[in-house]
Design a protein around this ligand. Sequence first.
Ligand code: ADP
Ligand code: MG
Length: 717
Amino acid sequence: MTTPTGRSSAVAAIAGRTPTGQSVNFTDESPKSVFGSNTFSLAVMKEMLKPDTYASVLSTIKDGHKLGEHVADEVADAMRQWAVNKGATHYAHVFYPLTGLTAEKHDSFYDPAAAGNEAISKFKGKVLIQGEPDASSFPNGGIRATHRARGYTAWDVTSPAYLLESANGNTLCIPTSFVSWTGEALDTKTPVLKSMQALDKQARRILSLFGHKEIAYVSATAGPEQEYFLVDKTFFYARPDLQAAGRSLFGAQPPKGQEFEDHYFGVIPERVLSFMCEVDRELYKLGIPSKTRHNEVAPGQFEIAPLFESANVAADHQQLIMTVLKKVADRHGLVCILHEKPFAGVNGSGKHVNWSLGNATQGNLLDPGDTPHDNAQFLVFAGAVIRAVDKFAPLLRAVVASAGNDHRLGANEAPPAIISVYLGDQLADVFEQIKGGGATSSRQRGTLHIGVDVLPPLPKDAGDRNRTSPFAFTGNRFEFRAVGSNQTIGTALSALNTIMTESLDYVASKLEGATDLNAAIQSVLKEIIDHHGRVIFNGNGYSEEWHQEAAHRGLPNLKTSADALSAFVGHDVIEVFEKYGVLSAEELHSRYEIAVEQYIKQVNVEAKLVEEIAQTKIFPVAAAYATTLADSAAKLKAAGVVAPSATLAKVAVLVADLESEITHLKEVHAAALEIGDWTFKVLPAMASIRKTVDTLEGLLPDEAWPLPTYQEMLFIR
Ligand code: ADP
Ligand code: MG
């Protein structure tokens, strides 16, 4: 008898599926006309606001000036009108709590108790600027006792408000910061904004040194590349592990994995392309400049990347991209999986955060430019990055630490847990020359100092890419490749901005009093490279030699979250975050505690799932199969046929192993709940059960297997 598992009917359903009908038509509705149509954009404001109100809002957005208080009522009024005209019934302050998710509390524009015009006047400037959601269910890491549940949301003028559509009504969404009653940041946005402000100040000091007279607001910029998996919904709902933990906790390797790289280089499957087109359309409406889409290395894996924007807007947009991916996937009968390592044995998903800084007057400050003058300035900024990354490597490791990302970092597919900087041969060579006392052009003769008129033009394109580096220079920006696909980029960005601020401050202080600027630049760059050059590595980050070499250089190798997270509260980190007013010691402590708590919650859920699935789904079918084999062996023997069953012996042993491994996991799990050894006790116990279960998957009759297989989840869509 076969056990109906639903797997075969799921496969049949997918095979007989009628494709989702056309939902996007860029011929009749050009991307240009769609772009930003659901955002309360500058163009809309210009049209709807009085000129001086508009000017005030604009100077807040473009130059980081404080918003004039008198303008709020007028903006609120325009915003409400605009939203109501577009079918909005509610407004929501959207914020980004420390769970890494997006939170919204919806309120109606309508006041049913009021009459006539009054009924829709519930949206005044005061309501736009500040909200008060019940903060008690958002993590605060000890900042606020639950009985003091007040939290405030404050409008972030620099990030456009937008309209979120749903089948039965639209909502005006207002991006906000989320702070406690006592003023501590309870979110990921507030420190991004504060760090950008601090960075601007120090970057301008450097630019003034180079003689620039007109210097516009210097903004950190970010362009995140999001990797994700798509799995058919029918399989997803048959996998409690994918559903509750975001990753498969069991699953034998399929006969064919990613070794042919045929997925990476192949055409985008039709069903997926149709999904991607709709994602793009939804993103365009929200004013998100979606740009790149392609297959990724693992089967079933894809990538989307928007054009870079100001770091704060990019962080908000990145949260929206994740929301839109999930929502649109659902409409196509798919589930978008953002976990860093949903499937063992194939590549995991990252979110490469491309990061730079620049402004309207001097451009991208990490662009080498064509002229020697720009080169010296560029080298100062690049040198500051190198110094910052070396000095605060443990922090950069901490901001990417999570239970999910631990499975990815250091697994020879993603950058190792050792933080290093890739410069590319040419730029590395320039810094080598600086170390030797002055940069010597390869094309010209003589020793060249890093002066205004002496440095050779640097290549715009750094040439080779290095996929194994966690922090790579890619021609005009750095790419922080260690960030996980499920993480909010705000945390990484506020760290990068803050440590860069400290470095620029340091360099500016060295240069400001100098009588000979060129000599001072040469000497500060040499000092940086002498002290921090150890962080530069252009070789293969996956190799064993690098691990040895890095240890020799004294670079930290914080392999797991358990090793990494405490950097959030390191003395140097607290000092620098406090100095530049980004986060207080208490806020950093709360972040550390929440990250630890999230880690424990995740592993706890995974352990429970492993116990439950192994006990209630796998054990029964494996034990039943052992019995079936034993029965048939007995019958054959009774019939006088000698029937030694190697399979029976194997299955019987595995069934016994499985039982004792489940018992063991339950023991270490219970102990972890008391004393907390999740990383080195619970995870290995889960892994040993997985090994047994995956072996059984290769022995049991296919129709008896209760879980959709890797073959099915990764290849059938
Ligand atoms: P890759 O070749 O690394 O796959 P992609 O084209 O997928 O590159 O993504 C590169 C990302 O880097 C894009 O989001 C792009 O807009 C972004 N980027 C380009 N210039 C900058 C910059 N100055 N600051 C931040 N991000 C940038
Ligand atoms: Mg890319």
